[in-house]
Design a protein around this ligand. Structure first.
Ligand code: ADP
Length: 260
């Protein structure tokens, strides 16, 4: 099956549509300047990977897009609508467009797998329970867990839990999928399966993706664009073949030397 997401604007014959824009975004935690006047633009349908050392501000960007943390300076727009400041109603509208998968799965432990997936479509989108369940079953089939509908997440392996989390994010038919080191908490033998699933999703949908990962092979496969972060700034950007094969910046070469 194909994964249905909110349709992106037609790409053919028209200029690309900018979906996400950060301008001059600065974020500090105390004395720690985590993002330093960052500019970033992502067009609809693009797959952008954020790489760089730990602590360089990558996750903070995803968290801002999810409105989990606020910038101190600068503007962020999603699909032409500004966040921070934004009225509650606009924040809710923007949140509906964005799905996120976290390193630690963050499933609801007291709900069945099926209910984990149907909860937000029913509560937030107002989908009927039947429709949400039918959709959840399709998604569980897609992620290879059709037989786990009634299981509690704690009974599943880390890889299975992450597949449920991916299905849960897709159930909202987001325009944008944010992936935050989604394989970092998995046992090594479970990583490849989750990355293969994500590769399939990238190939079969027109979803816009922002991905923080240390899996450089995966980044190379799925990205249209790679952003190299260092100390809260983007120090180098380009298509994966350039960043991974001919990085220009010394810090990029050092980083890739350490992780590849
Ligand atoms: P990355 O994803 O590149 O590893 P993060 O965006 O997670 O980096 O973190 C950037 C910096 O911000 C780190 O130094 C981290 O300790 C700090 N940081 C993130 N969240 C908080 C917080 N809630 N309070 C204080 N410091 C934070």
């Amino acid at each position: 099956m194909s994964v249905e997401t909110t349709k992106q604007p037609a790409a053919t014959g028209t200029l690309p549509t900018e979906l996400i824009r950060l301008e001059g975004v600065t974020k500090r935690f105390g004395d720690n300047t985590v993002l330093d006047g960052l500019d970033l633009s992502v067009d609809a349908g693009r797959h952008v990977t954020l790489i760089g050392p730990s602590g360089s501000g990558k996750t903070t960007i995803l968290r801002m897009l999810m409105t989990l943390t606020e910038p101190d300076e600068g503007t962020i727009t999603v699909d032409g609508q500004q966040l921070f400041p934004a009225p509650e109603k606009r924040v809710r509208e923007i949140r509906k467009k964005i799905g996120m998968v976290f390193q630690q799965f963050n499933l609801f432990p007291n709900m069945s797998v099926l209910r984990n997936i149907t909860e937000a479509p029913v509560r937030v989108l107002g989908m009927s329970k039947d429709e949400a369940e039918a959709r959840a079953r399709e998604l569980l089939d897609l992620v290879g867990l059709a037989d786990k509908c009634d299981a509690r997440p704690t009974r599943l392996s880390g890889g299975q839990q992450q597949r449920v989390a991916i299905a849960r994010a897709l159930a909202m038919r987001p325009q944008v999928l944010l992936l935050d080191e989604v394989t970092s908490a998995l046992d090594p033998e479970l990583v490849a399966g989750v990355l293969d699933l994500l590769r399939d999703i990238v190939r079969s949908t027109d979803i816009t993706m922002l991905c923080v990962t240390h899996e450089m092979g995966f980044a190379r496969d799925i990205s249209d664009q790679v952003l190299m972060f260092d100390s809260g700034r983007i120090i180098e950007t380009g298509p994966p073949e350039k960043i991974f094969s001919e990085p220009e910046h010394e810090r990029t070469r050092e980083f890739l030397g350490a992780v590849l």
